[in-house]
Design a protein around this ligand. Structure first.
Ligand code: TLP
Length: 347
């Protein structure tokens, strides 16, 4: 068996159908708004998320940044989770480039922010305080075991935003995973959001690209911000073509990744020295705690690599494994066996 690469679903390869679509894509200059394939993808993305318009950008990080800069002015405040990707993994980009002040609220293990904590974080009109402008949620929540947020919860946070005159953004990098896991259309998860970003290049297997979705007026602003960030791409239809295949062909199969993640979690739960709660695993992300002894996550990850299994150390005693196409059950069996051997030799 070759390498089983579970570091992330970003390692997925374009499918043969995507490569064909890319080679044959009709293209034009997208900065002039003339790329028919980009236009088709943007219309599709707007339709799936139930928004008026959407915009293709280079990455999930750029999508979130464009949204934050489109909602906020310098000095404005944004409420978001302390485990959110936007806070944790994006270099503080919106504060470095946009002067946006982050106000973090603790994420619960299932990715939610308590409604009370969000409400309490909204600033009063006081000369001492920044102006609160934006609330951001993440669905699925990467660092919270890939947990999906329900339409009911998103609606409740949307109500807080509306009551306080704030915008709601959803980092929906893996929102199609959430929709498949919950058995609801994506638009039910985005109905309350003023903006949503999602990625084509994770479980959906496209090589590049994320979409920013919102009202036409919002997307027009986002288009200007994308340009100033250097993200105006020209014949981007070669990328969009793969994205269209991703949305057409790769969404329903995400259920297999979720089954494989649960199968992995169930298998690992029985191994001494690993801590894992299979009940938390509802999509494709598995966090594995290392307990007892003084073996670090890094030691275990290196030993697993020698067994042909690649994972990520995401804390001193925490490992992440992400399932994706075309990982199969037999790869997961191999992974469970590799963990069992490594934990025995590093007891
Ligand atoms: N996440 C990556 C790493 O950055 C950690 C991964 O391997 O999971 N939002 C969420 C929720 C994400 O998980 C990611 C990528 C992004 C945004 C950023 O997307 P890219 O990598 O396209 O900039």
């Amino acid at each position: 068996m070759g390498q089983v690469d579970l570091r992330s679903d970003t390692v997925t390869q374009p499918t043969p159908g995507m490569r064909r679509a890319m080679a044959e894509a009709r293209v034009g200059d997208d900065v002039f708004g003339e790329d028919p394939t980009v236009i088709e993808l943007e219309e599709m993305a707007a339709g799936r998320t139930g928004k008026e318009a959407s915009l293709l950008v280079a990455s999930g990080t750029m999508a979130n940044l464009v949204c934050q800069l489109s909602h906020c002015q310098r000095g404005d405040e944004m409420i978001l989770g302390d485990q959110s990707h936007m806070f944790y993994y994006e270099q503080g980009g919106s504060s470095a480039l946009g002067g946006i002040h982050p106000h973090t609220v603790p994420n619960q293990p299932d990715g939610r922010l308590s409604e009370e904590a969000v409400e309490n974080a909204v600033r009063a009109d006081d000369v001492h305080f920044p102006v609160t402008r934006l609330i951001a949620l993440e669905n699925t929540h990467n660092r919270c075991s890939g947990s999906p947020l329900s339409p009911e919860y998103t609606h409740a946070v949307g109500e807080i935003a509306r009551r306080n005159g704030l915008a709601l953004h959803i980092d929906g990098a893996r929102i199609f995973n959430a929709a498949i896991s919950l058995g609801v259309p994506v638009r039910d998860l985005t109905a309350d959001a003023d903006s949503v970003s999602f990625c084509l290049s994770k479980g959906l297997c496209a090589p590049v690209g994320s979409l920013v979705c919102g009202s036409r007026e919002f997307v027009n602003r986002a288009r200007r911000i994308r340009k100033v960030l250097g993200g105006g791409m020209r014949q981007a239809g070669v990328l969009a073509a793969a994205g269209i295949v991703a949305l057409d062909e790769m969404v329903d199969r995400l259920a297999e990744d979720h089954d494989n993640a649960r199968y992995l979690a169930d298998g690992l739960a029985g191994i001494s020295g690993l801590q894992i709660d299979p009940e938390l695993i509802r999509t494709n992300i598995v966090f594995i705690g290392i307990t007892g002894g003084n073996r670090s996550a890094g030691t275990i990850v290196r030993a697993l690599e020698k067994e042909g299994v690649r994972t990520l150390a995401v804390g001193p005693y925490k490992i992440r494994a992400v399932t994706h196409y075309p990982i199969q059950k037999e790869n997961i069996d191999h992974t469970i066996d590799a963990f069992a051997r490594v934990m025995k030799t590093h007891a």
